[in-house]
Design a protein around this ligand. Structure first.
Ligand code: PLP
Length: 377
């Protein structure tokens, strides 16, 4: 990446860890054999996948044979939900602030969407009620960390509700945004299915993980050559899987130190904006969200216009509002949280990660403040 770029869009995609890039190279150039083959060359690539599976299992807190490598986080989410409904019949349930990789699948399958609180976490009473009303529920899917506003959901509390009200349902968590910030070993025991995406924690794009605990309990989505013990057919992306394991191991090792370092930077960013501009609302309080997230709503500006000015100044950020039928629509997450439309239209998502420095924060403030002033004029 151009070093002049101020990259505050880690939740969209993190830069690859150099160690992960280095680890994948031999599998792109030398060990390119198909891991399903029978010759020595193939066995070598299969061994690399198995060793990577061991690393992922260790960091996630499951058994190696419970780790299924997929093609992305979206595929893992789809497989968890569609695979559960296909195997078991019945409905899928999820909260309204899920990523579209979950929400659209649940809606597509005619499932049930429940409300969230002011911070975007599932309403536990609403969930319990929906479970009572749908005795045939096949799977409940609740994200561990929200991709837009960074809210952490207490998956143990969700699990207690699901086990009490729907003991036969599977519980899936989309932990795609959690790997950098939460010790997954404390999340996994509460769920049956868990999704990850490598490019969110410094691995490559195009590798996902679905943890399927306690043996095959859902139908596969992709059928063919029977790879991944019949759970996900298709020749594995050996280089990508090796790099994923390296990135996940490093993320796990650095997590606590990074949380301390980035909390200061994140707070400095939000306070820096608030001290120089009126009307900068922190969407979710710090105690409810991950340290990498600085989501704010800036009154009197529209995100799209602000992002345009930031882009011109080489500051990468995002907002989730989308232009539908010519009119700006607030994101489905902010709408579900009940954020008023004029406030939601000024949403700005700044997300930090392992490459973020104090200089990035200073520069972001230097660019955002005059951009907002200009738009308000
Ligand atoms: N779930 C969440 C919470 C995400 O943030 C994302 C990516 O934005 C996904 C799922 C989809 O992951 P992928 O980009 O690997 O398909």
């Amino acid at each position: 990446m151009d070093t002049a770029i101020t990259y505050l869009d880690h939740a969209a995609s993190a830069p690859m860890r150099p160690e992960a890039v280095e680890a994948m190279m031999p599998y792109l150039t030398g060990f390119y054999a198909n891991p399903s083959g029978s010759h020595r060359f193939s066995r070598r690539t299969r061994q690399a996948i198995d060793e990577s599976r061991d690393v992922v299992a260790d960091v996630v807190g499951c058994r190696p044979n419970e780790v299924v490598f997929t093609g992305c986080g979206t595929e893992s989410d789809n497989m968890a939900i569609a695979g559960a409904v296909s195997r078991r019949g019945g409905v899928a349930i999820c909260p309204a602030a899920e990523h579209h990789a979950v929400l659209h699948v649940v809606e597509h399958l005619g499932g049930v969407v429940v409300g969230v609180d002011d911070f975007g976490s599932v309403h536990l009473e609403a969930l319990a009620q929906a479970l009572d009303e749908h005795p045939d529920v096949a799977v409940v899917s609740v994200m561990a960390v929200n991709n837009e506003v960074g809210t952490i959901t207490d998956i143990a509390a969700v699990s207690r509700i699901v086990r009490r009200h729907a003991p036969n349902a599977l519980l899936h968590t989309d932990a795609v945004q959690a790997a950098c910030w939460l010790d997954l070993r404390e999340v996994t025991p509460h769920v049956d299915l868990l999704s990850l995406s490598a490019h969110k924690f410094g691995g490559p794009k195009g590798v996902g993980v679905l943890v399927e605990r306690g043996g095959p309990r859902i139908d596969p989505l992709i059928i063919g050559g029977g790879q991944e013990r019949e759970r996900r057919s298709g020749t594995q992306n050996t280089a990508g899987i090796v790099a994923t394991a390296v990135a996940l191991r490093l993320t796990d090792a650095d997590r606590d130190a990074e949380a301390l370092r980035l909390a200061d930077l994140r707070d400095g960013l939000v306070k820096g904006l608030q001290s120089r501009l009126d009307g900068v609302i922190e969407t979710v309080p710090v105690e409810r969200k991950v340290v990498g997230s600085a989501h704010v709503c800036i009154l009197g500006v529209e995100s799209e216009a602000l992002l345009y000015l930031l882009d011109e100044a080489d500051v990468c950020a995002s907002a989730a509002s989308a232009c539908a039928s010519g009119a700006m629509e607030p994101s489905h997450v902010l709408a579900a949280m009940g954020v008023d439309r004029p406030i939601a239209l000024g949403a700005l998502r700044l997300t930090l990660g392992y490459t973020t420095t104090e200089a990035d924060i200073d520069r972001a403030i230097e660019v955002i403040v005059p951009a907002v002033e200009r738009l308000r004029r």
